[in-house]
Write a protein that binds this ligand. Sequence first.
Ligand SMILES: Nc1ncnc2c1ncn2[C@@H]1O[C@H](COP(=O)(O)OP(=O)(O)OP(=O)(O)O)[C@@H](O)[C@H]1O
Ligand SMILES: [Mg+2]
Length: 249
Amino acid sequence: MTGPSALSVRGLSVRYGSATVVSGVDLEVPPGEVVALLGRNGSGKSTVLRAVAGLIRPAAGSVAVAGLDVTGRPAHEVARCGVGLVPERGGTFSGLTVLEHLRLASLRAAPGAGERIAEALEDFPVLSVAGARPARALSGGERRMLALAAAFVRGPGVMLLDEPSLGLAPRAAAALDRAVARLTERGIAIVVVEQHVRLALALAGRAYLLRRGRTVLEAPAAELLADPRLVEAYLGAPDPALAAAAPRG
Ligand SMILES: Nc1ncnc2c1ncn2[C@@H]1O[C@H](COP(=O)(O)OP(=O)(O)OP(=O)(O)O)[C@@H](O)[C@H]1O
Ligand SMILES: [Mg+2]
């Protein structure tokens, strides 16, 4: 690998009060790569993303963006360093229209925002059709696409996607696939958290498995796709989609 990682997380620990919910997590994401962060409910996935984005101050460890140490900096500064978080919930303003969201995102964006608005509308035609509608008149899935599109328009070097497929119909999930592919073509590094393990592994080059806030496995996504029972073994409970794909024997 040449040059610094787009995102480098070392020994990240996060506490809520006296409870340590993330412990010693490392992540390395080169430019243009997708890394999947997998784990059961409550394993700490969203907490890792929130700590990387500066929404929570880590108890220990470091976060570097393109070689720049941003550990402990507030969220708006981390965002200015090129980190875009698309959270599990929210990320849109109910009274603003789709196009207003994208224009607002372009105001404090890296150069080329106009082009990115056009690309986002091309990737998610449903947003193009709904351009004049306020976010409150969108479906949950459409609002998730809008949050992703707005984050992309800002021109980040790293995108943190928390359950992007949540509430998306299969067709919209396919659009998500294409959108992620286009993000990586532009050199954007992506960390994707997904309940839908197969979808995440199909998007990702590498995967990290979290269990109770600790990394229990780091492996190439292709290896985990080829042997879904490995994921099951590490995560401790079957994923229905994986069980369906696992060879019987
Ligand atoms: N603000 C908070 N205060 C206290 N505990 C919290 C807070 N947010 C999360 N937790 C706890 O931290 C742990 C990790 O939560 P987190 O949301 O990171 O899990 P997750 O892997 O994203 O789960 P899910 O798949 O359900 O989204 C959980 O036990 C959760 O209850
Ligand atoms: Mg979560």
